[in-house]
Design a protein around this ligand. Structure first.
Ligand code: 2BA
Length: 110
């Protein structure tokens, strides 16, 4: 068995959850926060039989879209005193989805 950890955008999470459930996958949804944007995203945990990993990844790929987002980045400004910061907008491309596929040693329900 494999554990897929899928970090997706909040906008895609409801549709993705429905599609995965329709496909007969067991899913746990967690509300998470990205370290860079410090904005909410969604992490899904899927315990999947090895032969269905590709199918799950295909569903995730088909639902999760990449989006561009403008975010304020900060940097120190030379010439200013006391380590002052300036904020300027930076465009980042987020997603479709960030996936980790791990091997599960044991899957128990006790
Ligand atoms: P965030 O950390 O909020 O990152 C959002 C997006 O900002 C990233 O999209 C990427 O395009 C950009 N970004 C991240 N770090 C950057 C940096 N140091 N400089 C410039 N741009 C940067 P994605 O790559 O699609 O990642 C979406 C979310 O997936 C991330 O949200 C984070 O929650 C998670 N993630 C991505 N890579 C990860 C990793 N190696 N380990 C754990 N979580 C990860």
């Amino acid at each position: 068995m494999k554990l897929i950890i899928a970090i997706v955008q909040d906008e895609d999470s409801s549709k993705l959850l429905s599609k995965l459930m329709q496909g007969g996958f067991g899913v746990t949804k967690l509300a998470t926060t990205g370290g860079f944007l410090k904005a909410g995203n969604t992490t899904l945990l899927l315990g999947v039989e090895e032969e269905r990993v590709e199918e799950a990844v295909h569903i995730i790929e088909s639902v999760c879209k990449s989006r561009k987002q403008i975010t304020p980045a900060t940097t120190t400004v030379s010439g200013l005193t006391h380590g002052e910061f300036a904020a300027f907008p930076v465009e980042v491309t987020i997603g479709g989805a960030t996936l980790f596929v791990l091997t599960v040693d044991q899957f128990l329900k006790v």
